[in-house]
Design a protein around this ligand. Structure first.
Ligand code: SF4
Length: 251
């Protein structure tokens, strides 16, 4: 195990567990112990059979951008100049998304926070550091076959949850990003990302443990890293979700 792997597993509260249970040689194999975890998860949560279909997007009382035919440069330019919803008035800049534009993995969060608003990049700061370690725990790295985006591209004031009209106004951009990336798996980070993409309200708990469908792309739901920072006891469940995601990609 390299230092990065160890750091990632410590962040997820997993590293001491592996050390206690295994010899040094067994600890080295931590990158491949996914099947037992997935089987347990499947048994507990009736995973992977699923498939919930997304509902139509809500229709806001504002002009939604027509972006369905835009290329990457056109889409980036339009987002940069966007003033479609009221969030733009209170943010420093739009936060488009970052990563490999042909990635197999797409991670979607809720919206930019203060650090993201200042840097113009999603998931920086403490939540970003945890996300990077979550990625490392399943042998992924930001920018390398991974794309990261948010449901809304402008920071909601005070880091409040985006409102439904704001989500509906911004979602066409993310939909077009998904159409351009064509990921093999979408991982929705938190309830807002999950319910916005699936087009229906539900608890995070009810959405975890099921393989959903987003316009033909498998979608899994797990916790938002910011929530995990506040509720570290849930990191073990996030690890289960990540293992299932990786298992799905290997299948
Ligand atoms: Fe435009 Fe999205 Fe920003 Fe609203 S949040 S102004 S729709 S880019």
């Amino acid at each position: 195990m390299n230092i990065r792997d160890e750091s990632a597993l410590r962040e997820l509260n997993l590293y001491p567990l592996w050390v206690r249970r295994g010899t040094a040689a067994e600890v080295e194999s931590v990158s491949t112990p996914l099947a037992p975890v997935v089987e347990t998860y499947n048994a507990n949560a009736a995973m992977v059979t699923t498939i919930s279909k997304p509902a139509p997007s809500p229709t806001p009382n504002i002009d939604m951008p027509d972006v369905g035919a835009l290329s990457w440069p056109q889409l980036k330019a339009q987002v940069k100049e966007c003033t479609t919803c009221k969030l733009r008035a209170g943010c420093t800049q739009t936060v488009f998304g970052v990563g490999d534009e042909k990635a197999d993995w797409l991670f979607v969060g809720e919206g930019p926070g203060a650090d993201e608003d200042a840097r113009g990049e999603p998931f920086v700061g403490q939540a970003g550091k945890l996300l990077d370690n979550m990625l490392a725990a399943i042998q992924l790295k930001r920018g390398n076959n991974v794309y990261i985006a948010n449901i809304v591209k402008c920071r909601p004031p005070g880091n409040r949850t985006p409102e439904s009209d704001e989500i509906a106004a911004c979602l066409p951009y993310l939909r077009q990003q998904i159409a351009l990336i064509r990921p093999k798996l979408i991982v929705a980070l938190g309830k807002t990302a999950a319910t916005s993409l699936l087009g229906r309200d539900a608890t995070l708990g009810s959405l975890r443990g099921t393989l959903h469908d987003f316009n033909g792309t498998p979608l899994l739901v797990t916790f938002h890293p910011a929530y995990l920072l506040r509720s570290p006891a849930e990191k073990a469940k996030a690890w289960q979700d990540l293992c299932c995601a990786r298992q799905k990609m290997l299948s």
